[in-house]
Design a protein around this ligand. Structure first.
Ligand SMILES: [Zn+2]
Ligand SMILES: [Zn+2]
Length: 310
């Protein structure tokens, strides 16, 4: 009987538990000291399970080296973010997604492209998806995001989107940026947090909005089972509190991509301790990093310029 219980426990245990270990131990492509001699592929493809992938852009193509999440449902494949490089010759994202679809058990799939938020390092390859068959691309502006998901009470409330047997929850989390969203995937029990929460410098543009978003995200995390929180960059090394220099295209010995609900709780507590005054604070796995008025001005100006030259 005892053995039967053990066997059943093994059979019932979530299969992603072991995969999470392999994700935590994954040594991502992380750039080079001399990018001219970098031989790594443009995109590092990590298969988490038969229907879940994480992609990372080569740091030598763009130092931001963002992560992209690809979740397969029965009728739709969900792609969160399109990376930091537009040109398909340099960064063949659409082609990579097509390849993953072709290699899977079902190639009869629509593609839904959404964004954690609209910064250029997460939207550059949108152009590769435009006009392609069976692609729905939600424009990365607040109005389009709210309208598509039916988030009528932004930033409160949540919405859901069904990929076929895989229903994702969409959670508004403005603060890093106006249209930031988080995604909860019940299959992997992942919470995708974009640039709002990741092992790195958490650039906070709107302090009060960010604080309340983290509070709501923590409430969501206590009401749902979360195996890992996954963001869109790594900027911390394995050494506690030590980040890489800004703009660095070489990240030896990177911290793991995953964060936990305890880490989110620590962020929430630290923000509350800082109160209403935006202030930088270095913690072992991330850095609270409020964006000053000058940086905000430059960011808005660049956004305006981008829209104007579109
Ligand atoms: Zn960002
Ligand atoms: Zn980013």
């Amino acid at each position: 009987m005892k053995y039967l219980v053990i066997i059943l426990a093994v059979l019932i245990a979530p299969s992603h538990a072991n995969n999470l270990d392999s994700l935590n131990q994954k040594n991502w492509i992380h750039g080079s000291e001399d990018c001219n001699n970098n031989q790594d592929p443009a995109i590092d493809v990590f298969q988490f399970n038969e229907s879940t992938y994480i992609l990372r852009q080569n740091k030598c193509l763009n130092y931001e080296a963002p992560f992209i999440y690809v979740l397969f449902g029965e009728h739709t494949v969900f792609v969160q973010d399109t990376g930091a490089t537009a040109e398909a010759e340099l960064f063949p994202l659409y082609e990579t997604i097509q390849k993953l679809i072709a290699e899977g058990p079902n190639s009869d799939l629509d593609i839904l492209v959404t964004h954690s938020h609209s910064h250029g390092d997460h939207t550059a390859a949108d152009i590769q998806f435009l006009g392609k068959p069976r692609v729905t691309l939600i424009e990365p502006d607040a109005e389009s995001v709210q309208q598509y998901f039916g988030l009528n009470n932004w930033p409160n409330g949540t919405a859901s989107t069904d990929l076929g047997g895989r229903e994702l929850t969409v959670i508004p989390i403005p603060g890093h940026q106006t249209e930031s969203i988080a995604i909860y995937d019940p299959q992997t029990q992942w919470l995708l947090t974009g640039d709002t929460f990741y092992p790195g410098r958490l650039y906070i543009r709107d302090w009060e909005l960010y604080k309340s978003s983290i509070q709501r995200l923590l409430e969501f995390s206590t009401n749902n089972t979360i195996s890992a929180l996954l963001g869109t960059h790594i900027e911390m090394s394995k050494q506690a509190g030590k980040d890489y220099p800004m703009g660095s295209s070489y990240h030896p010995d990177e911290a793991a991509l995953t964060l936990s609900v305890d880490d989110l709780s620590l962020l929430n507590t630290s923000l509350n301790e800082l109160g209403s005054k935006p202030e930088e604070k270095v913690l072992s796995k991330f850095i609270i990093y409020p964006v000053g008025a000058v940086q905000k001005y430059i960011g808005s100006f660049l956004g305006w310029l981008k829209r104007k030259t579109k």
